[in-house]
Design a binder for this molecule. Sequence first.
Ligand SMILES: [Zn+2]
Length: 205
Amino acid sequence: MLLEDIFSELRDRVSMLDTARFYGLNVNRSGMACCPFHEDETPSLKIYDDHYYCFGCHATGDCTDFAARLFGIPQLEAAKRISYDFGLNLFENGIAVPIQVKANPEAEYRRWLTQTSSIITRYLNKLYEWRNRYQPSNQTEALHPLFAESLQRTNYIEYLDEILRYGSDQEKRKLFEQNRMDIQKITDRVHRIAADEHIVRHRAI
Ligand SMILES: [Zn+2]
C-alpha cells in the first residue's frame, strides 16, 4: 500500500475525535479541547470529523499529523502507532512503535500528564463496568478474570485518579518520577483492552 493510501485509510477508519480522545485530550461537548501544542488555558483546539484546528496557535492536520506532532515522531511512525493502537493491521508486521520523546523534560512531563489522566480515567471506568457486568451470580462460580482484575486494581487506580484530578502539581510530578514504569504498564493494558474490544466489534459485524 502506498504511504498516501495509508494516511487516507487512517482518515477513513479512525475519526479525529477518537484519535484525540485516545491520546489523552479532554474533548468537550462542543468538540473543543485544550491544545497540547501551545500553553492553552481554555479549550481552543477544535476537533472536526477528519482534522483538527487550533484557534490559538493555528496548528492543523489529520489524525496522523496529530499523533506525529503530539509524540514528536515522523508521520510514518505516527501512522504505525495509530494502526497498532486501533488494531487496524495496516502494516505487515504491526509492531508497536516506541515513542521517541523529544529531549524537552517539561514538554515530556505535560504530554505524559495529559495522556496519563485520560488513560487512568478510562481504565477506572472499565474496572467499574466489569465489577457490575461480571459479578458472580453465586458463591461457587469461579471469578471472571475481569471481575478479579477489578477487585485487585480498583483501589490503586482510584488513588492515581484522585491525584491526577485533584492533586497538587508537586504530587503529580512525584507520580511522574516514581510511578512512571508502573503507569506505563497500565497504559499498555488499556491499549490492549481497546484493541480486544475493537476485534470483538469487528467480529460482531
Ligand atoms: Zn494550539
